[in-house]
Ligand binder design. Structure first.
Ligand code: FES
Length: 110
């Protein structure tokens, strides 16, 4: 087992996570307010942008192949190096869904 440092940029929060542990599990144990919902890699609520480092996340089914390079599903991702992550940042495909959902809501209010 190897342990890595995971830093959440802009928060001052840094935790130690083993390569056998998911980042979300370590966050919950350390009291870090990482957002999540399904915990099985489907809802993408736990997404974070990978600023630096690598993760293993073969079960991150909600991401495209390209998104797996730049984003971590923290409920599935295990560190493979020291990491810098930005929490609450979603891939463009998800941001588009959020934007269109907001547009639908605005239209419904009219
Ligand atoms: S909590 Fe749903 S994908 Fe991670």
């Amino acid at each position: 087992m190897t342990e890595y440092t995971v830093e959440f940029v802009g928060t001052g929060e840094t935790i130690t996570v083993s390569d056998k542990q998911t980042i979300l599990k370590a966050c919950l144990e350390e009291g870090i307010a990482q957002e999540y919902s399904c915990r099985v890699g489907m809802c993408l609520a736990c997404s974070a942008e990978i600023i630096e480092g690598e993760v293993a996340q073969p079960a991150a089914r909600g991401f495209t192949e390209a998104e797996r390079e730049n984003y971590a599903l923290t409920c599935m991702a295990r560190p493979q190096s020291d990491l810098k992550l930005e929490r609450g940042v979603y891939p463009p495909s998800i941001e588009d869904d959020i934007a269109s959902g907001a547009a639908d809501t605005a239209a419904a209010d009219d």
